[in-house]
Design a protein around this ligand. Sequence first.
Ligand code: ATP
Length: 148
Amino acid sequence: MPKRPWLEESDKPSYQVLKWIGGGGFGQVFKVLRNGQAVACKQVQLDNAEAALDEYDHMRSLRGAPHIATLHDGLEFNRKTSKLSFFMDYYRGKDLDRQVQMLRGAAERFTESQIVEIGFQIAVALEFCHSKKILHQDMKPMNSKEKT
Ligand SMILES: Nc1ncnc2c1ncn2[C@@H]1O[C@H](COP(=O)(O)OP(=O)(O)OP(=O)(O)O)[C@@H](O)[C@H]1O
């Protein structure tokens, strides 16, 4: 397990899972209650520890970036489940993929000004990443959420 000074090892998580949000091959995202606050928790298996630590480091350097979820302090490794967890601001609402599906189902579409606003926000966020020499590499509608 690669060492990081801020890595906390424990048998007992510091949070309570409220619901599963989604996930891909690499990790799963949950809405959790931590320190009395609802936050998003990304959980990754130990096999993907290097990638998870990289994502954590990148998110640390993106703190304060416009339109990017802010990372919270604390990276936890649970010895019992062999899972790494890190935390960020939780965004309610549907991801862009789901919104498009719903609009399509109702034979509707985003308006031109909505498309411009969404595209602009994504471009601003990516520009910030690039200014920190970070490439997203997995930009897709499912990874974009509406701020409600
Ligand atoms: N901070 C957050 N608040 C609310 N929902 C989130 C947050 N971060 C991610 N999600 C949602 O959780 C789901 C999974 O996110 P994740 O970033 O793990 O996606 P992925 O890229 O598909 O997975 P992987 O990185 O494992 O390939 C997506 O639907 C995403 O919109």
